[in-house]
Design a protein around this ligand. Sequence first.
Ligand SMILES: NC(=O)c1ccc[n+]([C@@H]2O[C@H](COP(=O)([O-])OP(=O)(O)OC[C@H]3O[C@@H](n4cnc5c(N)ncnc54)[C@H](OP(=O)(O)O)[C@@H]3O)[C@@H](O)[C@H]2O)c1
Length: 233
Amino acid sequence: MGDEVMIILTGALGGIGKELLKHLSKIDSVIGVYNSSLLKDTANSKVMYEKLNIEDPQAIRSFAQKWKGRLPHLTLIHSAVFNIDGLFASYKEVDWDKVMRTNVKGNFLLTQALLPQMIQEKWGRIIHISSVVGVDGSVGTACYSASKTALVGMSRVLAKEYGRFNITSNILTLGYFEMGLTETLKNDVKKEILKRIPSNSFGEVSDIAHAIEFLIKSQYINGSVITIDGAFQ
Ligand SMILES: NC(=O)c1ccc[n+]([C@@H]2O[C@H](COP(=O)([O-])OP(=O)(O)OC[C@H]3O[C@@H](n4cnc5c(N)ncnc54)[C@H](OP(=O)(O)O)[C@@H]3O)[C@@H](O)[C@H]2O)c1
């Protein structure tokens, strides 16, 4: 592998994405994909920003076409997420569809659109961001949990179908980081979460970045699930 790695990070202006972007731009060039966020602080020369709604198949096709042939050694990191909590019995179908469309279908469409370039380059890294909530199941998160667990199955299949092209697909299962989705939780909920983490602290985004760097460099780590949760119990 040569030096240039191009990283595409979705959810790049979200809570975790924004921090991750700073770390990843030290590794190589990054295309930061955002949707509705206001674009500001764009001074980092290693980062290019792209507005893309991952619910829109046509926009995804145009995005892939625009970057065709310009993505040597592509690492695709799916961090974009949409969540609506609610108890199972009263959960609205419309909310279910929206959450699944972003978290699962958007991931599928973007991966599928960029896969031909990875196959052509005979190199690719696909990294899906899942959550301990998907594994553990917590009250009011049936749809979010289902969407995050779905990624595990999808990732393992990708690993098996495209490993022969030197393309790997892995999952990072995150615990709690005090930003983005976790920031929206009430203080007493956060206190209860901290009690379940031996270090009594939330995660640092640098740990996610280290895992990504490790996966970029690793060819034989494929179809794996790496948990970054501080031994949340
Ligand atoms: N925060 C945590 O503690 C935690 C814990 C476990 C797992 N995670 C996982 O970590 C990842 C990042 O989470 P986060 O907390 O940073 O979430 P976040 O702050 O809500 O950010 C998510 C981003 O996803 C983007 N997005 C939503 N719908 C989109 C669409 N249709 N098209 C393109 N982008 C879209 C949004 O972009 P715009 O703002 O530009 O619309 C948003 O900034 C997620 O996969 C989440 O499941 C987070």
